[in-house]
Design a protein around this ligand. Structure first.
Ligand SMILES: [Zn+2]
Ligand SMILES: [Zn+2]
Ligand SMILES: [Zn+2]
Length: 409
């Protein structure tokens, strides 16, 4: 019999791909010797590791198509048996175990009801499905996990610099104090007590905003100002979370359930952030696009998957979202149509007519961009518009993610 009884550790990082999932199931099954759960093997695993293991196994078991693919009926029963055995050994008061136990109970219940009736979960909802649905689901899951071998799509925008603007804020009690701090900075700069290269300093409400020439000067300024003013609250602008937009989700889908499914089907880590930002209906309200704020790890995964994610038995398209404002009337950046004083401008030739009426839609010689006033590209050609790229570089620089590409839809 196998002499090395210690199962290999379960990776804590997010589970990617069927191969890793398979390994996790296999190592879990090694907790059994001759069809019996070996208590010594269970106690050999450290308590936090055991919890992670159980959570992983439940994640997999709840993903019916994947679970059935990797474990036959006999293996599934063994796995349930091991889960039961570990739960029996566990601390009944522990919140994590309580959670695991209730998930497991629900799982067994779903399974039982699934064999007798399909009442709980209709087919296609990640529950029980027909053989044809099941097979197509497996195909999608399989191809999806090799998608990162694909080349970078040609419409993605390469990002060269993501440096944040060198700028710092100083908090004041009120407007009065903000003005005094601003004057002190100017005074000390004139007196050469501040050597940092300041390009601009201004009081705005109850804080002072100082722009520096570069990031080194920013660091020098922070040191010098702390020495001069003592206890003050000085900080660079906070970085925002990366945002992604997911396309064409059925409008009736509940957002919380959608996010939970997204986690489950893409095997995202439970501590990875996914926060609903907003959504808007499309295609006569039949579908909606959903914008989410996410952890860098999830944005990373979206790039690996070349702009698509798994959702139930299909893939959905997703892209980076930056919330860059552009007026749909005059096509300039920075304001919306509701406050626009200009006439409608054509996105193809920058003339004063509606884009739909343009005679030059297919005539690239006549193309002129109304956003930047340059000829040679249309206002929708994001890859070639310097004005759009300027806006993009700014938001990228204040986002908590080291972009190498911007994922376009
Ligand atoms: Zn406008
Ligand atoms: Zn035109
Ligand atoms: Zn342009």
């Amino acid at each position: 019999m196998a002499s090395s009884s210690q199962p290999p550790p379960i990776p804590e990082s997010q589970l990617t791909g069927l191969e890793l999932t398979k390994k996790i199931l296999e190592s879990f099954l090694k907790l059994m010797t001759k069809n019996k759960v070996d208590p010594a093997k269970i106690t050999a695993i450290e308590a936090p590791q055991r919890k992670i293991m159980l959570k992983n196994i439940l994640d997999i078991s709840e993903n019916t198509p994947v679970f059935s693919l990797l474990a036959d009926e006999r293996k599934q029963k063994k796995i349930y048996h091991i889960i039961k055995a570990i739960l029996a050994e566990s601390d009944k008061e522990d919140e994590d175990y309580k959670d695991i136990e209730s998930r497991f109970t629900q799982l067994l219940l779903d399974r039982k009801q699934g064999t007798t009736s399909n009442k709980r979960k209709p087919a296609n909802q990640g529950g029980f499905m027909t053989a044809a649905q099941f097979n197509s689901c497996l195909k999608i899951q399989k191809t999806f996990h090799t998608i990162s071998d694909k080349e970078i799509p040609s419409n993605w925008i390469k990002i060269t610099s993501t440096l944040r603007e060198p700028i710092v804020f100083i908090d004041a009690k009120d407007e009065e104090e903000a003005k005094k701090i601003k004057e002190k900075i100017e005074f000390n700069k004139n007196e050469l007590k501040i050597s940092a290269e300041i390009t601009n300093v201004r009081a705005s409400g109850d804080r002072v905003i100082t722009k520096l020439t570069n990031s080194t000067q920013e660091t020098i300024f922070i040191q010098e100002i702390k020495e001069l003013l003592g206890e003050i609250n000085i900080y660079p602008p906070s970085l925002r979370d990366p945002m992604i937009m997911l396309y064409k989700i059925p409008a009736m889908v509940n957002t919380d359930e959608f996010i939970a499914d997204l986690r489950k089907f893409n095997n995202f880590n439970s501590d990875d952030k996914i926060i609903f930002h907003k959504s808007f209906n499309i295609l006569f309200n039949a579908y909606k696009n959903i914008i989410l704020r996410v952890s860098p790890a999830i944005r990373e995964e979206l790039e690996r998957k070349r702009g698509s994610l798994l959702y139930k038995c299909s893939t959905i398209k997703a892209a980076d979202y930056f919330g860059i404002l552009r007026c749909t009337r005059c096509l300039r950046y920075g304001h919306l149509k509701t406050v626009c004083g200009s006439q409608s401008i054509c996105k193809y030739c920058a003339d004063f007519h509606l884009s739909d009426d343009c005679q030059h839609k297919l005539n690239s010689i006549k193309f002129k961009c109304a956003s930047c006033n340059q000829a040679g590209h249309t206002a929708d050609d994001k890859k070639n518009c310097p004005e759009y790229l300027k806006q993009l570089n700014h938001v990228v620089s204040i986002t908590n993610y080291a972009y190498s590409y911007v994922i376009q839809d």
